[in-house]
Design a protein around this ligand. Sequence first.
Ligand code: ATP
Ligand code: MG
Length: 232
Amino acid sequence: MLQVAELNQYYGGSHILRGLSFDVKSGEITCLLGRNGVGKSTLLRCLMGLLPAKSGEIRWQGKAINALKPHQRVQAGIAYVPQGREIFPRLTVEENLLMGLARFAGSEAKKVPEEIYQLFPVLRDMKARRGGDLSGGQQQQLAIGRALACRPQLLILDEPTEGIQPSVIKEIGAVIRQLAQRGDMAILLVEQFYDFAAELADSYLVMSRGEIVQRGRGAAMEQDNVRRLVAI
Ligand code: ATP
Ligand code: MG
């Protein structure tokens, strides 16, 4: 389980994350919703250690991880799919996936786990193609596949549906659901696409101007009027 307590972050003089506290439980999908610019990606960057948290505590599996570098957090079982995907456009699909195995040593680091291709068959079909030649949706699947290659126990996704066609959004949703149902992975999904979030969320958090302004169970999102809080 991930536990965040009283997290604060600033860009220069502006207070971007304001005392955030929440948990992300194993076997559950926690959806974090919020409009543009409220601080969602900044929060994820703090969780990954790409930005040091100014104050507050981030605990993972019972231990504070504030002092860990990003690669150490990956080694601790945390995987991150950044907004905009950030795949390597000039490497092949297979090479991109192998990058996700960097935390393993020896033969384990040299072969893409079969499971990744089972979850995303399109990546098997395209494994010799350059990442940059894939469609946006395929690149998103590649970015998720690369994150899963390190067998994380916490998967963090930043707006995976952004700019992606509906058929691929459905496939990505099915994979996220399947991963959660295995029961051993915690998933933190940042989204602005309300319907996608509402379909997947076991629990939800709504962020506004750096604060969590509402939270609850996923099944209650409609009656809690969450749509109103994120509609643009
Ligand atoms: P979006 O939904 O558009 O991705 P977000 O919720 O992820 O938005 P952030 O990217 O976390 O929002 O940005 C939060 C605030 O911090 C915004 O006002 C943004 O302009 C500002 N910001 C983001 N990155 C930086 C930076 N490197 N330096 C200064 N300000 C930044
Ligand atoms: Mg963002």
